[in-house]
Write a protein that binds this ligand. Structure first.
Ligand code: S3P
Length: 451
């Protein structure tokens, strides 16, 4: 995926190396769980109250789309107030008067496709930003149309947004997905809520299971079978009931601090109340393999999700290998793990990660390009990266290329370079972690200098 050059106003930050990261961080709410709490709350009966919601651009896109279909949702940005969703019931979403804008959010577009496909006699048009218009939607629209009878159309045979949905009665069935993707699985489960019979989704590898957990909590008839929950069945007929949801901290956001502390001399961080769902904790396994000084404390459960505190310190690191089986459990953490590999003693290999090429950017290409700008030696393969460490990085002019996870990963590389770096389009972090630059400034001695 190519990206446009940075605008004249680059919204950049300058990173001064040579500072450790020390202190306590409460990472923002889990992005996947925040989207789902909004979507399920919207089609539930009664009120859903969401504590710890991620108030970032992606969940705001979901909330705005739902508001455009008649769902009352209180503002997301008020830290002291939970978000209140007034559910309209399974068939209560109204036809919007205009196009639904999913912004940069693949989760919003894919889950909405599943939810809207079964809203009979209503018409919807979904679009997004320049990145989302390039992302593959056929993985959702094809099974919805071919196996469930949905009517979805769009560019490239209904596989690229903008997409139109003509809501209709959907049929149930057994569907094998083409990629291990929680977005695909969740779209099919949402479509199954109002299908004429049960929908079974069979995945080749287990993707994150937040939808299954939360749909059950909202009262849906969901059954999970097979190794690591690879076979999920939803039987329609039960209404969803509004719930009180507590959103744990996002382990994908915590990953920046985990790697930051592990690679930056003198660092020690405590991360409070982080989601530890086993379908998401691949990054902890990799850090342990590397020999990172990592501890988990205060394990507990909130709203059906395991959480705990993570304590991490700087120390010597060894290399790691990631293969296709592990990728779904750390898919969003690979950019920052590529940075970790640069500071480990030995050769780290990432394989089976072709999915990264169709994320917000082609993350394998973008990380390779940006790390090479710092003088790093990175081998890019068709489905991964090979990185020999440790390496010395020079300060450089860097660019997020509009990708939030790239922006934050580069910050940690820059913190450990030989001279200051500037990261252009750093504001991309707002998609999942609006407070990231402020927190970085707080946790290191001198702070990030604003442009
Ligand atoms: C997400 C699932 C993952 C992940 C994305 C959020 C979700 O995508 O990369 O950031 O909330 O379901 P895939 O399911 O497509 O792998």
């Amino acid at each position: 995926m190519t990206s446009a050059p940075p605008p004249a106003e680059d919204n950049g930050v300058t990173i001064e190396p040579g500072h450790s990261l020390r202190g306590e961080v409460t990472v923002p709410g889990d992005k996947s769980i925040s989207h789902r709490a909004l979507l399920f709350g919207a089609v539930a009966e009664g009120i859903t109250t969401i504590h710890g919601m991620l108030a970032a651009e992606d969940p705001c896109s979901t909330a705005d789309c739902l508001r455009a279909m008649g769902v009352a949702i209180s503002p997301l940005g008020d830290k002291d107030q939970p978000v209140v969703v007034e559910g309209v019931g399974l068939d209560g979403l109204q036809e919007p008067g205009d196009i639904l804008d999913c912004g940069n959010s693949g989760t919003t577009m894919r889950l909405l496709l599943g939810l809207l496909a079964g809203r009979q006699d209503r018409y919807f048009v979904l679009t997004g930003d320049a990145s989302l218009l390039l992302r593959p939607m056929g993985r959702v629209s094809r099974p919805l149309c071919q196996s469930m009878g949905a009517r979805i159309d769009g560019r490239a045979n209904g596989t690229l947004a903008p997409l139109t949905v003509n809501g209709c009665q959907l049929q149930g069935g057994v569907i094998g997905t083409s990629v291990a993707s929680a977005q695909v699985k969740s779209a099919l489960l949402l479509a199954g809520l109002t299908a004429d019979s049960a929908v079974s989704v069979i995945e080749s590898n287990c993707s994150r299971d937040h939808s299954e957990r939360m749909l059950k909590a909202f009262g849906a008839d969901v059954q999970v079978r097979g190794d690591y929950g690879r076979h999920v069945r939803i039987t329609p007929g039960r209404p969803l009931r509004g719930q009180e949801v507590h959103v744990p901290g996002d382990i994908s956001s915590a990953a920046f601090w985990l790697v930051g502390a592990a690679i930056t001399p003198g660092s020690r961080l405590s991360l409070r109340h982080v989601g530890l769902n086993p379908t998401r904790t691949g990054v902890l396994e990799v850090l342990r393999t590397m020999g990172a000084q990592l501890r988990v404390e205060n394990r507990t459960q909130i709203t059906g999700e395991p959480v705990g505190d993570l304590i991490i310190e700087h120390g010597p690191l060894g290399p790691f290998s990631i293969d296709a089986d592990l990728v779904p459990r750390l898919v969003d953490e690979i950019p920052v793990l590529a940075v970790a590999a640069l500071f480990a003693e030995g050769t780290s290999r990432i394989q089976g990660a072709r999915e990264l090429r169709v994320k917000e950017t082609d993350r394998l290409a973008v990380m390779t390009r940006q790390l090479r700008a710092m003088g790093a030696v990175v081998e890019e393969t068709a489905d991964g990266l090979v990185i020999d460490g440790p390496q010395r990085l020079r300060g450089a002019q860097l660019d997020s290329e509009t990708d939030h996870r790239v922006a934050m990963s580069l910050a940690l590389a820059a913190l450990n370079a030989q001279a200051p770096s500037r990261i252009q389009r750093a504001d991309a972090a707002g998609v999942s972690y609006p407070d990231f630059w402020h927190q970085l400034g707080r946790l290191q001695d001198s702070g990030v200098r604003e442009p």
